[in-house]
Design a protein around this ligand. Sequence first.
Ligand SMILES: Cc1ncc(COP(=O)(O)O)c(C=O)c1O
Length: 321
Amino acid sequence: MEKISLANLPTPIVKLEELSKEYGKNIYLKRDDFTGTEVSGNKVRKLEYAIAEAIENKCDTIITVGALQSNHCRATSAVCAKLNLDCHLLLRGEDLEVEGNLFLDYMLGSNIHILREDRDLEKEAIKLFNKLEKLGKKPYIIPMGASNKIGTYGYIEAFNEISKYEEKEKINFDLISMAVGSGGTYSGIWYGNYTNKTNKKVLGFSVSSSSVEFKEKIMNILKEIDNNIEKFDSVEINDLYVGEGYGKSNREEIEFYLHVAKTEGIILDPCYTGKAFRGLIKEIQDGNIKEDNILFIHTGGLMGWTKEQRNMAYKIVDERS
Ligand SMILES: Cc1ncc(COP(=O)(O)O)c(C=O)c1O
């Protein structure tokens, strides 16, 4: 599969020494938040493949979809700006605060279409595709989170990076964990583990939908990649830590992010990595994780801290001082 190089790879893996001591496991972090600045996070690994396909097909316009604070849409905006492609973002949301990722989308020169919560983004993308084609453009649609066959190659490659690290450092991660928002990151890591017969547990934490819905979605992506896979029973998605809902935080969650920040000097995002990492730690505390060498993938998302979440964090810090 062809790709273009857009991310700083391979990303480092670091041991979280203090949290490892605190929770009695060897906890490592793969810093996919280091893939870049404007393009930081997991999405750029997927875009390396999706944009390569668009360019190969001589497309001049990228259309993609997401929530108002989508990290994927921001990364796509940056890549399009760099490669001189027109970028159209269909963003769903009601709160029009122009900050974080949305602010960067504007700065990066994307065409922004904001749609009400009840609109079907994928259908709207096809309508826009037809309209732009009539105007003489050659558009290419990247689905939500670039979580389709082509985007998933980015995380099969990430699995190979992890294997190389294990070989070099003489360690075997028996559990790899990450946030699940549209399923592509999980699918790539699961498939790498499956094809290499490395027998790791791959544990995803949902940030929105039920585990049943995500398993279905992931199975569909995996079947697109390889229709000879016989068993999917090791696809494991925990949906117990979604909390108040997608993109929303409660006090306990924010307190946990502050703890990680203060103990390890690492900032998690409240929408994806925060929820998932908190879920992983809670599962360790509850004795549900038997594996000892654990790798969590930090998939980025720092620009997604909303004003409300920042204020909650500030209030907690202020109360303590
Ligand atoms: C920062 C961040 N982490 C994790 C995810 C989840 O990854 P995936 O969509 O591949 O499940 C996303 C996007 O959904 C994200 O923006």
